[in-house]
Design a protein around this ligand. Structure first.
Ligand code: HEC
Ligand code: HEC
Length: 275
């Protein structure tokens, strides 16, 4: 159908009205500098400052379409696309921040697909040390079956954390939480063998995940990732520090728990300590 001149004029009028709408009602132009600053401080920890990611499991952002990047960030923010770390990060991005970072990464050249970016030194560096002798000084307060990965996990708190939990105080500097990760014993059908209390029977120690806090320890992390003054680390079964762990992963996933000491197990800890 062809438009009559009158109808075209009416449409033009409507478009002109939209163009003349007050600035606040219009999508703001992207601020590339702001997008770049955020990308370098936060996103770079996983996606690289130039949008070339640090690992095969993390998508490159350089050269992707701006509209696609924006739609994915909105989906992460809304929770309709699920990935714990990205949900936590996108939740902290205002609409204008999404426009800015998407425009920045979309403006970059795709680069060599085989390349990887370096991890950010401030997110690799950890102040956590292995708590030798923890089994005799820490309190074990929770056991968790992880059906998704056939693991059973034991959670421990040091005396500082335990005492604060007992008194209902926020966990202070000097608190240490340790999580033992055990591969569960599997039966002939490769299903976990369930033992006392419905918990999987531990077979082999896989790793220790530890979080520990100290005054000023969070200062080196960008605000969007920072968990107060907590630092994170993974230790091998022989208690040596596992190299190459990206604290950005730990920080991003634990970040939404900012009201409850950044602990997934805050409630079980409080309940156990008050018993
Ligand atoms: C802790 C690591 C980490 C940080 C920090 C991080 N991301 Fe991500 N991002 C990921 C991972 C992992 C995925 C893949 C998620 C999935 O499994 O769907 C992802 C996916 C994305 C995607 C979807 C890409 C695609 O190809 O579909 C976008 C867009 C994105 N991130 C943007 C950002 C922006 C912008 C920032 C900084 C504000 C950021 N990310 C910070 C780890 C991170
Ligand atoms: C995908 C989200 C996610 C990431 C990433 C993550 N954690 Fe956790 N963390 C959890 C969950 C969920 C629990 C509760 C126990 C469980 O289900 O295994 C937990 C529990 C813990 C605990 C016991 C205290 C608490 O919060 O309940 C420690 C210590 C810990 N994690 C350390 C780490 C370290 C170190 C890293 C980084 C190497 C890390 N976490 C990365 C989700 C995550």
């Amino acid at each position: 159908m062809t438009q009559t001149p009158l109808r075209a004029l009416a449409l033009f009028g409507a478009a002109a009205a939209v163009l003349a709408a007050p600035a606040a009602a219009q999508p703001a132009a992207a601020n590339l500098e702001a997008g770049k600053a955020r990308a370098q401080a936060v996103c770079a920890a996983c996606h690289g400052a130039n949008g070339v990611s640090i690992a095969d499991t993390i998508p490159n952002l350089a050269g992707q379409r701006v509209g696609y990047l924006e739609s994915q960030l909105r989906a992460f923010k809304a929770g309709t696309r699920k990935a714990a770390s990205m949900n936590a990060i996108a939740a902290q991005l205002a609409p204008a921040d999404i426009t800015d970072v998407a425009a920045f990464f979309g403006s970059l050249a795709p680069g060599n697909l085989a390349a990887k970016s370096e991890q950010l030194p401030n997110l690799v560096k950890t102040r956590v040390t292995f708590p030798e002798g923890y089994r005799s000084t820490f309190r074990m307060y929770q056991t968790v079956n992880r059906a998704d990965i056939n693991q059973v996990r034991y959670l421990y708190a040091n005396p500082v954390a335990w005492q604060a939990a007992r008194e209902g105080r926020p966990l202070p500097a000097g608190s240490v939480l340790l999580l033992e990760q055990w591969a569960a014993k599997l039966d002939a059908e490769r299903k976990p063998v369930v033992g006392a209390g419905g918990f999987y029977t531990p077979d082999r120690l896989v790793a220790y995940a530890v979080m520990s806090s100290g005054a000023g320890w969070g200062n080196d992390f960008p605000e969007m990732l920072r968990n107060g003054d907590w630092n994170y680390a993974v230790f091998n079964p022989d208690s040596t520090l596992r190299a190459g762990v990206n604290q950005a992963d730990c920080l991003a996933c634990h970040k939404p728990l900012d009201k409850i000491n950044y602990l997934f197990s805050n409630e079980p800890l409080l309940a156990a300590a008050k018993r």
